[in-house]
Design a binder for this molecule. Structure first.
Ligand SMILES: [Mg+2]
Length: 377
């Protein structure tokens, strides 16, 4: 069995004025990502996603990976992650190289799963896992004329039992957002906050202490991802767990986060971190040091499927079967047809439960017509 074709498919969509979404660092109405479709000589098709701009992914695949992947046995997938650091030498630490490795790796694991008839989470060493707990990623900074509490009310109405909201634009605004969200969610729901790296350590600590009484499950990216000393400073001064990883990629960056005890939770994105092979390595490093793993998901339906399969494979160490912390997966509540339309059976978080696809590979069927509707090149 060998790979015969690799196709990059950039997709994007734009929301109308008044319906954009943002965080403390930025605001936009356009979402874009890049799908990867790999085909083998027996007609098996695998899908992956590079969470990076299409033109860069296409050029990087053509320049660095096409010759290596075409003719490759998909079962050699794990050699790719290692080789990305040695050949092309010196480029492996680039976010765009690792995003391309992510897409190729995920597509090859999809092919392997389809070949052996097993879902990827079982191939990665996970035991049977049928459901996960979705959390609503919501209360974005927006240009919509809506009451602040409305998106959280909608999430609760749909059955979510956990939510993550955007903060990071000043302590007073942070407190108000958290107060409103907690009021709507009630005392039992989990509430996370995301500062998107918009603070200096002192500002992050100030907000963290001010919102501690609202029982925050984690504070995400309190300082910029590259500010490693800032993470250590914040962590030493607050009690709330800290999460980061959506902007990190590759085993070496995650090893620093884990070894430095800079965070309590790592959040690899399956379209950026290096794919399943690298994510498994990251999860093993993290759980070995008793750091939790909760994937970041702001991807298309394909990237979401990869993250769900990965999440389903992660060990619950050190918890027993009576798990006090369920594996939670991010469910972006903003309007995004790249997530909701390109799968024949979209993910459904209603009722506060997300089914883990049990079919082979990623367990999804991609709607090619929908993909073509959002294709940009
Ligand atoms: Mg985030």
């Amino acid at each position: 069995m060998e790979v015969t074709n690799v196709e990059t498919i950039p997709i994007s969509m734009s929301l109308p004025e008044g319906e954009g979404v943002g965080d403390a660092r930025g605001f936009g109405r356009t979402r874009a990502t890049t799908l990867l479709r790999i085909e083998t000589d027996d007609g098996t098709v695998g899908w992956g996603e590079a969470f990076a701009p299409g033109s860069i992914v296409a050029a990087t695949i053509d320049e660095l990976f096409r010759d290596r992947v075409v003719g490759m046995d998909p079962f050699d997938v794990e050699s790719l992650a290692d080789e990305s650091y040695t050949d092309p030498y010196h480029f492996g630490g680039s976010v765009f190289v690792q995003s391309c490795v992510s897409a190729i790796d995920v597509a090859l694991w999809d092919i392997i799963g389809k070949t052996v008839g097993r879902p990827v989470h079982r191939l990665l060493g996970g035991t049977e896992c049928r459901t996960l707990t979705p959390y609503a990623s919501t209360m974005y900074f927006t240009d919509a004329e809506r009451p602040l509490e409305r998106p959280v009310e909608e999430a609760v109405d749909e059955g979510f039992t956990a939510a993550k909201i955007k903060i990071g634009s000043g302590v007073e605004d942070d407190i108000e957002r958290v107060r409103v969200a907690r009021e709507i969610l009630g005392d039992d729901a989990r509430l996370m906050v995301d500062m998107n790296g918009n603070y200096r350590p002192r500002q992050a600590v100030k907000t963290a202490k001010a919102i501690e009484k609202y029982d925050i499950t984690w504070i995400e990216e309190p300082v910029p991802p590259e500010n490693e000393s800032g993470y250590r400073e914040v962590k030493s001064r607050i009690d709330t767990p800290i999460a980061a990883g959506e902007a990190h990629y590759g085993r070496f960056a995650f090893k620093r986060l884990v070894d430095d005890r800079a965070v309590d939770i790592v959040q690899p994105n399956l379209g950026r971190c290096g794919g399943f092979s690298e994510a498994r390595l990251i999860a093993d490093m993290a759980t070995t040091e008793n750091v939790a793993v909760r994937p970041h998901i702001w991807n298309s339906g394909v990237g979401m499927a990869a993250a769900v399969q990965f999440a389903a494979s992660v060990s619950s160490y050190p918890h027993t079967r009576n798990i006090p912390e369920p594996m939670m997966v991010e469910f972006d509540r903003s309007e995004n047809p790249l997530r909701s339309e390109i799968l024949e059976t979209p993910f459904d978080p209603s009722g506060g439960i997300l089914d883990v696809p049990q079919g082979p590979g990623l367990g999804i069927s991609v709607d090619r017509d929908a993909v073509e509707r959002y294709r940009t090149e």
